[in-house]
Design a protein around this ligand. Sequence first.
Ligand code: NAD
Length: 290
Amino acid sequence: MEKRISGHTGLMGLFGTPVGHSGSPAMYNFSFQHDDLDYAYLAFDVNVEQMPKTFEAIRLFNMRGGNFTMPCKNIAAELVDKLSPAAEIIGACNVFVNDEGVITGHITDGVGFVKNLEVNGVDVKGKKTVVLGAGGAATAIQVQLALDGAKEVKIFNIKDEFYERAESTKAKLADRCPECLVTVEDLDNKEALADAVNNCDVVINATIMGMKPHDEVTLVDKSLFRSDLVVADTVYSPEKTKMIVEAEEAGCKAIGGKGMLLQQGAVNYELFVGKEMPLEDYAKFQAEQQ
Ligand code: NAD
């Protein structure tokens, strides 16, 4: 480390609270060292009220880039100079890049998800999709699917505080991506869900169901799975959710959430330094540490 950090080292960082558990500093610092890039990445515990000062610091220290996490993603979108199309539609950003003083905010959860489908041989263009959920991850995925040319995005959510967000995403996408059909339905309407799954190419779980401690739960009955259906989960803990296990058993192409997490990191890295992230070497390094 003492050889790596110099008087010229550029700073990058993660902002939000809590940040102590984040794997981002280890992943990005490994990659900078691997690629011989003179940057260091740290995590800063800041709340929403501290974000205007955080932006002053980002500009003062001429930080090249970094990430925002909860609860700072929305306020960050108000403080950047420019927004990517997806970040503008959603009104939140999880990544910033500073190009000679001009700070652009991006949202990359959806980009990482779609890239992970691509890596697994699934092109979303022209596809009919069903997305369960209307929270942060689900909204980013819905917007990216529409921006990337999906034919349909059928949103299902329980009637909780996120339902309204699904309606708002539908309205925004009708304006921005009119060629993509977006619908919203109650997840408890099992008949509508079965009909949508029977008539779609890709079904995606972007709720917290399936994640520990809800790992015994799956929202799509396995009787609906067929071999030409792609089943994807955003949940990465456990690595294989009940939904993914049942989809594999039914012969579907089943894609878990871990790849989305990695691809999102890779998308961010490319925005920061214009290079592909050394994902395989980082995975090997992580395995050695365990
Ligand atoms: P969020 O809190 O913003 O949204 C929660 C969602 O779960 C909402 O749609 C809500 O209606 C739904 N939900 C809650 N209780 C439910 C229930 N009983 N039945 C059905 N639906 C229910 O959460 P988020 O940040 O969008 O995260 C959602 C999931 O996405 C999590 O499992 C998270 O691990 C995963 N995620 C994965 C990645 C990745 O890189 N793989 C990135 C972000 C999030």
